[in-house]
Design a protein around this ligand. Structure first.
Ligand code: ADP
Length: 379
């Protein structure tokens, strides 16, 4: 009887091994220290190691992880560490460096093995997504090329529309004036969309050029507000600005910063009903950081959507029906751009009661150090 049980057990164990090795995706099991205790054939093939090399190896060392831009992912941010620390299933897209030095794009789901609420190991399911990655890259290149091509004719449309509106080609009737304003506002929207697409493809490919220097934050905000004045006036929305004195400078890239602030102001106008109020203000924190706040009295963001607001293509349920223009890429881009500027972006909002978006940026402290706090000047 005992013999039969053992045979049965051995048979069962061999079957489990065969099944484990036959899984099409890579599967790696580790103990509580992250040492590999089992690894199937697909996982070994992905990074080109033998079972002998893998068993007993420390997972983070054998599976070296990199982000999309080829930067090594710090141990603390690796899915396996996060799975252990949080005791939760972590899904992410990363790259592993194979034994021959090549980078393999991977989609991974790392799950802690829990016993009495304690992680005693983890299981990582690893899928080689080289094909999907290549298609993604082709898509990004296509979007970048198409956006560039659309920009040139659009700028001609804009220039000639402005010339017509300014009376360069003779006086306009009221109806023509109205029609031209509609054309200009539509080209502006199209231009914004093209900029967003181009910026996203640059952020994602790591090719965005950032040229940081000390710039007056007040001047940038004023310029952006004046660019959006027409759209605000159209909805009878008042935009007010409260900034420190003009000598306050941040270390930033003016083109990128304008894009970021412009996006927040454009959203504030878009998602605020007529006769609302938009306030832009700047405050200083620890003499090292400037915080720009864009607040509106608009539709607000539903509680259940909060975690998704900066995700690609996200649009909250409360805006979709009322405001059809929008593709849900603006804030995703803002997040990426602010990161490039060395800052952060976040928001506070209550559905139906408006939203406050914040951006923090490093202050320029290279000039004379302040001895007194700057006064806030109401514009
Ligand atoms: P889009 O405006 O094109 O939809 P964004 O990425 O700029 O895309 O914004 C994503 C979503 O976040 C919006 O669709 C909207 O649901 C919400 N949102 C952003 N800004 C605001 C705001 N100021 N007020 C209310 N909702 C906002």
């Amino acid at each position: 009887m005992a013999r039969a049980t053992r045979k049965e057990y051995e048979g069962q164990s061999a079957l489990t091994d065969v099944m484990f090795n036959s899984i099409g995706d890579g599967a790696v099991v580790t103990d509580e220290y992250g040492r590999i205790t089992a690894i199937n054939q697909s996982a070994r093939k992905i990074i080109g190691v033998s079972e002998k090399e893998a068993i007993g190896a420390w997972f983070p060392k054998l599976f070296r992880a990199y982000d999309d831009l080829g930067r090594q992912i710090p141990l603390i941010e690796r899915p396996i560490t996060r799975a252990f620390v949080a005791g939760q299933i972590i899904t992410s897209r990363i790259h592993y460096r194979a034994k021959d030095g090549s980078m393999v794009p991977i989609s991974t789901t790392t799950s802690p093995i829990m016993l009495n609420e304690q992680p005693i190991g983890c299981i990582a399911i690893i899928r080689d997504i080289t094909k999907e990655y290549e298609i993604d890259e082709m898509k990004s290149n296509f979007i970048s090329l198409a956006s560039h091509q659309l920009r040139t004719p659009l700028s001609s449309i804009k220039t000639y529309s402005h010339m017509l509106l300014d009376g360069f080609m003779g006086p306009l009737t009221k109806q023509q004036d109205k029609a031209l304003k509609t054309i200009i506002s539509a080209t502006n929207r199209m231009n914004e969309t093209i900029s967003t697409l181009l910026n996203i493809s640059r952020i994602e490919s790591g090719s965005i050029a950032v040229s940081k220097k000390p710039i007056s934050i007040t001047q940038i905000i004023e310029e952006v507000i004046s660019e959006h004045q027409l759209a605000a006036t159209d909805k009878n929305i008042v935009c007010s600005v409260k900034c420190p004195d003009r000598s306050v400078k941040v270390i930033s890239d003016s083109v990128i910063l304008k894009e970021v602030i412009g996006n927040l102001i454009s959203n504030a106008i878009k998602y605020t009903p007529p006769s609302g109020i938009i306030k832009v203000s700047v405050s200083l924190k620890n003499e090292r950081i400037a915080v720009i706040k864009v607040s509106d009295t608009g539709m607000g963001i539903p509680k259940e959507s909060r975690d998704s607001v900066f995700s690609k293509f996200f649009r909250a349920d409360n805006v979709i029906k009322q405001e059809t223009s929008g593709i849900g890429l603006g804030l995703y881009m803002v997040k990426g751009l602010v990161k490039e500027l060395g800052g952060d972006v976040w928001f506070e909002s209550q559905e139906g009661n408006g939203s406050d978006f914040y951006i923090s940026l490093p202050l320029d402290n290279s000039g004379s150090r302040r001895t007194t706090k700057p006064k806030l000047v109401k514009k």
